[in-house]
Write a protein that binds this ligand. Sequence first.
Ligand code: TYC
Length: 97
Amino acid sequence: MATKVETKETTRLEEPKRYKVFLLNDDYTTMDFVIDVLQEVFHKSYEEAVEIMLTVHKKGKGLCGVYTYEIAETKVDQVHRLARAHEFPLKATMEEE
Ligand code: TYC
């Protein structure tokens, strides 16, 4: 009878790293535009968007969401494209969690 070899699965897939996306304050971007960006790019409700915008306005930066690398990069890019199209200096950054 053939010997049955049992192998135990020991390798586990690493969880993908996650990245926080922040909006940064500036003196020129309108509050309404930031609220629109938070709703459109980050899928926030109007109330959440107002709260995040006010945090950025008062504290200099505010967390918009946590994503995998490619999604975070895309969100940052979308913010910069929208801002440029409307001639606002609004900036977004990402940081590893
Ligand atoms: N500080 C801006 C103003 O007073 C508003 C603002 C909020 C700008 C958040 C950028 O990420 C930002 N019009």
